[in-house]
Design a protein around this ligand. Sequence first.
Ligand code: HEM
Length: 492
Amino acid sequence: MNITTPLKEYTMSPSLFFLLTPLVLLFIIKRFSKSYKNLPPGPRPLPIIGNLHQVGKNPHVATAVLAQKHGPLISLHLGCKLLIVASSPEVAVEILKTQDRFLSSRFVPDALRIKELPYTIIWSPDCNENWRLLRTICRNEMFSVKALESQSSLREKKLTEMLDFFSSRKGQVVNIQEALFATAFNTLSNIFFGQDFLDLKDESGTASVLKEKLFMILKNGVSPNLSDFFPVLKWLDLQGLRKQNVNHLKEVFDSWEGITNERRSAAGSEKEQCFLDRLIECGFSNDRINIFAMELFIAGTDTTTSTIEWAMAELLKNEKAMLQLQEELKHNIKSEISNLPYLNACIKETLRLHPPAPLLLPHRSIQVCEVMNYTIPCGAEIFVNVWAIGRDPKLWEDPLLFKPERFLGSNLDFKGQDFEYIPFGAGRRMCPGLPSAITSVQSILASLILRFEWVLPGDQDPLKLDMTEKFGVTLQKEIPLQLIFKPLNNHI
Ligand code: HEM
């Protein structure tokens, strides 16, 4: 037997030695540096990888479990990266309100740290002037009461198209996620670009390539990446995520270039105005427009879709809630939809149990500060586990049950003031798309209930509907909801 072969395999190659030595040194320097004293508690990290092995595929669940052991503010070491996770309303107030000034920067994943993205809103590392401008434009031109009113006929049109699509598929099994997504996507593409991007009936066209690319950009951004865990390796982009994103971005931006140029040359014509025209008037370059559009599509479509899908799944499982909602809608068919208490309670309850962004988006500290008497070093990545807060038995009675009535007669709202319930975040980085998201969810959910009876295929028992979550770009239902729609005679 040749014993030299296995030995040879275990001898460290010079390149591996040069790779690992800086990592070990960095690990040691960080662990014993002054700003790393008095960190929030957490599980003991292993050398080099830290707590990477403890985060797993569902970090919102893993960190909620760790919080039960170590308390509502924990620190984790992912390679060289320090992660701070908050899991109680008291800590969330400190992070998103008291220390918001120091903690509302973004941690930008390496896959999105690319020169093609200079003017972003979501991934703006600081709350800088450009970020402020984009938020103001969102607030005034896209999501204000006036803007939403002006979008109402367009939203109605996209909703009708979706309802007609489901009617045309009567008796057939439909994957509702795809149709909901196409509706959310086309609503936004019409508001922004004045045209449809997806075909409800045809998923194979070039438009679905656009959807795929946008999805991949964000997926690469949220995927575990060695460049984030070990910044010394950044330049190597070992998993190629940054490189892939540069290519995806180019393809997406190229596909929009023609539309923008056309609108530029048609400026001042009688054509119906869209958001793009406003941006052109404000002097936005094509690059800036592309980036803004890309971010709104990424932030606004999957989140809205998954909220509606989860609401439908919960209503199917909870017959009593479904019947109560059907009654409310039937008896108030002419009422303002935003004033229907049970509908709104169902939406709130869905967002409590299934927040699309269970850890919000990653914040970053720009200065050493104190939270709950612990030190948060500069540059730490910070998450607030709103999923864990929403299921905390100390805050919610029967936390795992879908009970919309808990919100009836209660002032508890998701507008960022009640820290036990913050599915849209709070503070400076709070979601600017909230009014648009809620308008879409209300109208789509109400219409689907009024127009159809929902039947699970194959005589499935609704009580046994699988509710497993999949953590990814948003918190999705792992097994997409499939339904047969039977048209009813109600009219909206
Ligand atoms: C149910 C639907 C939605 C939910 C639950 C949701 C939730 C969130 C959350 C949790 C954040 C991060 C907050 C933080 O980091 O502290 C966020 C950010 C953001 N959302 Fe939403 N969102 C939804 C829909 C939308 C829509 C429809 C749009 C626009 C079309 C949108 C645009 C944005 C933008 C631009 C940001 C980044 C804000 C910033 O970094 O300053 N969202 N959203």
